[in-house]
Design a protein around this ligand. Structure first.
Ligand code: FB9
Length: 500
């Protein structure tokens, strides 16, 4: 009979198993196996728990098990010395080995079993018994020892250790049967077939004994996820910008035509940023030719002939072939241009608007610890009548104050599509230093007027990256720990929610 059958037989005959440990000893089975079977039978109603008890007992350490089986080192050493003649220490060590010799010599001398005679050893005692081994065999079989003083010595020699043993009592359960029929754990497709032609070996669900569903069982542990730090900061910036009345632009388009990314912004086709050293060009499809015709013509005209106070870039400065090249956008301003064009040409005409975007942009630049060939640009713009540089400065100060930078300075700068332009610097209270925190400007009329925006409409805008504030906030020094295939997100798992 297997262990489960022996357990069922015992329950059948005695109606209970008072102590799982005693029963395991009785049938010479592993106690843990017996406990597992009793708990499984309980799950199917074959057994009912009657109680449990915990006792302290002594068990043998690995060292103790060796002594119980091979004898103590001191007894092995004593036994190796001839009864009636001396033996050199060298010969004795060769007989019993270094370990037994080292471990056994002290107790042999202390017990006056042996004594030294020059460089030899002779027996002193004659009727020696291995009490240590005898006591350990007693502990192994009963879990305790009659001689507490000797037991304490065994513990000191790390031959025994104290353990707690939990054992269980079980009685017959409400669904007890001498022969266990395995209950079905769940409903299967075959069980649901028609009763008349069940596949061989399959039982119809109405004749199946189902395992009771344990409604108190805990659900399986579902490992928690973590938001990427960039996404935490993006969420926070989104919250701030929407709080300021800005509406998010649809930036889910990484490939742009050079027309929208550069030409619509009045960025000359000869600008160095437009060559392959700074921009990623798309091989297929290499070109795009769908631009709003009249707008396209106005852009071409303003590039060549200027207008709105500009003298333009001169004859030959604009070629459709250049405008048609597809690229990975180098800034989200390409989307800003399209949104402004739509604003100028919408039903009912221009209405003031505040837009923002946060998305990936791509630049073919040298990479280092804080720069990759791509980053997430944050951009905000306000389109309204008679806006001034003061409005731009105010908006920028408001935004950065909300991310903890209240001390902000502006420095004149140049962008091809904004005039005036300003670099923005902020004093970081934790870094305790001034750092560049963004760029900004007023879009040029050479960009806005060809779109059809009415005279008097100004557009102010500013930009920054998502990576820089994130790396500062989460104290990440190398951008590869933050973004890219080498980023180990487990390092960020305790990153707090981004609150600046
Ligand atoms: O983000 C940047 N720095 C920064 C921003 C926030 C910040 O927050 C503090 C912790 C609280 C800390 C630092 N910078 C802009 C400045 C530098 O990091 C710079 O070295 C890198 N710049 C990127 C571009 O580099 C090729 C950051 C990125 C950037 C620069 C300019 C714009 C956008 C992103 C822009 C713009 C613009 C201008 C006019 C009109 C419309 C858009």
């Amino acid at each position: 009979m297997d262990v489960e059958d022996q357990v069922l037989a015992e329950l059948d005959v005695s109606s209970s198993i008072g102590d799982s440990y005693e029963f395991a000893l009785k049938i010479n089975a592993d106690h843990q196996d017996v406990i597992g079977i009793l708990k499984s039978l309980h799950g199917d109603g074959y057994a009912e728990p009657l109680g449990e008890k915990t006792i302290s007992l002594w068990t043998l350490t690995d060292e103790g098990l060796n002594v119980a089986s091979d004898g103590s080192p001191e007894f092995q050493l004593y036994s190796a010395v001839p009864n009636d003649e001396a033996i050199t220490l060298t010969d004795l060590q060769a007989l019993v080995g270094d370990s037994v010799s080292k471990l056994g010599m002290g107790p042999c001398m202390k017990n006056k079993w042996l004594k030294k005679d020059g460089d030899s050893l002779v027996r002193v005692a004659s009727d020696v018994s291995d009490d240590t081994a005898v006591l350990l065999r007693e502990v192994a079989s009963s879990g305790t020892a009659t001689d507490n003083k000797a037991l304490a010595l065994m513990k000191k020699r790390k031959l025994v250790k104290e353990e707690k043993r939990k054992s269980y009592g079980f009685g017959k359960g409400p669904s007890f049967k001498r022969k266990r029929s395995k209950k079905a754990v769940g409903l299967t497709k075959d069980m649901l077939g028609s009763k008349v032609d069940m596949p061989p070996g399959m039982i119809h669900w109405s004749d199946t004994d189902f395992k009771a569903v344990n409604l108190k069982a805990m659900g399986s542990v579902v490992g928690g996820g973590n938001f990427h730090p960039l996404l935490k900061v993006r969420a926070e910036f989104r919250r701030i910008l929407m709080e300021m009345g800005f509406e998010e632009m649809p930036t889910n388009k990484w490939v742009e035509s050079s027309f929208w990314n550069f030409d619509s912004l009045f960025q000359p086709q000869s600008h160095p940023a437009r060559d392959a050293h700074d921009t990623f060009f798309i091989k297929d499809p290499a070109t795009c030719n769908s631009f709003p015709d009249e707008y396209y013509d106005r852009v071409a005209d303003v590039h060549v002939n200027g207008g709105y106070g500009s003298i333009g870039y001169g004859e030959g400065a604009f070629k459709k072939e250049e405008a048609s090249k597809n690229i990975l956008r180098t800034h989200t301003t390409a989307i800003s241009a399209q949104m402004l064009y739509n604003l100028a040409n919408q039903e009912g005409g221009f209405k003031p608007k505040k837009y923002f975007s946060i998305d990936r942009v791509f630049r073919n630049e040298a990479m280092d610890a804080t720069h990759l060939c791509e980053f997430h640009q944050v951009e905000g713009l306000v389109a309204d009548y008679d806006l001034t540089l003061g409005n731009l400065i105010g908006i920028i100060k408001t935004f950065f104050a909300k991310i903890g930078i209240t001390n902000v300075r502006f420095k004149p700068a140049f962008n091809p599509y904004t005039e005036p332009s300003m670099e923005v610097f902020g004093y970081h209270p934790e870094l305790k230093k001034w750092t560049e925190i963004g760029n900004s400007g007023m879009f040029r009329p050479e960009m806005l007027r060809p779109m059809g925006l009415p005279e008097g409409v100004r557009v102010i805008a500013w930009g920054l990256s998502l990576e820089r504030p994130t790396m500062i906030k989460y104290k990440i020094n190398n951008i590869r720990d933050l973004f890219g295939h080498k980023a180990d997100l487990h390092k960020q798992q305790n990153a707090p929610i981004a609150r600046f």
